[in-house]
Design a protein around this ligand. Structure first.
Ligand SMILES: [Zn+2]
Length: 315
């Protein structure tokens, strides 16, 4: 009803402004996968049986008490509650106010991170943080499931089952990606005060426009469009998780322009395409410096970030 109200309010508001809006169209039960209660206690109540010894319940208007698996403690004050359907799973999503920040002790260290294919992130200290091999396995299964789906007859029961299988695999990949991102981001936030990363908007631009020239190895390694999209989404998820973990821990996050970071020598600054021999190897044609290509790029990213930081402090 809230959604319907919102749609009609917007419709009449546009009529008053003299526009010719389209009439709000009917959206059936299959259209939405979430329902949100804007206020805890108004139609919905988190932890509705606080005295219960073992389980947590959420009370939903018109349904009653529903048992929820509380996978981690709730911090802060519950503000809104949403219920989400994902395939055959149901989730309760809580958004909270007044969540206490968990600042971590200073470490005095700064790091640059390069986002790549062989490992999701590589630090300037040489640690490949997340190696998403399991994503590749899921990508294979997903491709097979999509091929199976393509030959099912429309409207058939088998097609419906195949659709559910594809959706379940997508959900699995999503969960694995999120898990990887959390682990990598936590390692960084615990170990470093200042974290410098590539600005993903610029990185994606250079990749799509001149990907084959800018980073030849990467596009060869990402064989199919499916792998590609899984990795692209992985970087975005990682940066989102990193941003909020850094904020909560009181860490400084700097985004830099990633152009040329993969072909510039981190020792002498010589920038040439020939420096990058293969996907993994970097060898400077001027000073002979050799390093793992991702570590070299991460070092350049760290340096660029620290320059930006000094400039901001001087201004
Ligand atoms: Zn060099």
């Amino acid at each position: 009803m809230r959604r319907l109200d919102k749609a009609f309010r917007a419709f009449f508001a546009r009529i008053r402004e003299g526009h010719v809006p389209g009439f709000p169209r009917f959206k059936g039960r299959g259209w939405f996968d979430t329902v949100e209660w804007p206020k805890d206690g108004d139609g919905c109540r988190w932890d509705s049986q606080p005295g219960h010894p073992t389980a947590t319940f959420v009370r939903l208007q018109g349904i009653g008490h529903v048992r929820a698996h509380r996978h981690r403690p709730v911090r802060g004050r519950v503000k809104t509650i949403s219920i989400k359907r994902e395939g055959s799973r149901w989730y309760v999503i809580l958004s909270c106010d007044d969540v206490p920040a968990e600042t971590l002790p200073a470490t005095g260290a700064a790091v640059g991170v390069d986002m790549g294919v062989a490992s999701l992130v590589t630090t300037s200290d040489g640690d490949p943080l997340a190696n998403p091999r399991h994503l590749e396995a899921s990508a294979g299964r997903l491709a097979a499931a999509q091929r199976a789906l393509a030959c099912k007859k429309r409207g058939s029961k088998r097609r419906r089952k195949a659709v559910a299988r594809v959706a379940a695999l997508h959900a699995k990949v999503r969960r694995q990606r999120l898990d990887t991102a959390h682990k990598a981001a936590l390692t960084l936030v615990r170990g470093y005060d200042v974290i410098v990363h590539e600005d993903l908007r610029i990185a994606n631009m250079t990749r799509s426009a001149a990907g084959a020239i800018e980073r030849p190895g990467r596009n060869v390694a990402a064989k199919s469009g499916l792998n590609r999209s899984i990795l692209d989404a992985g970087w975005g998820v990682f940066l989102r998780v990193l941003a909020y973990k850094a904020e909560s821990a009181g860490r400084e996050l700097i985004a830099v322009d990633p152009r040329n970071t993969s072909r510039t020598c981190s020792r002498c600054g010589h920038c040439a395409k020939d420096n990058r021999l293969t996907q993994a190897e970097f060898a400077c044609t001027t000073c002979g410096h050799t390093a793992h290509a991702d570590v070299n790029a991460a070092t350049n990213i760290l340096r660029a970030g620290l320059v930006l930081r000094d400039a901001a402090e001087a201004a």
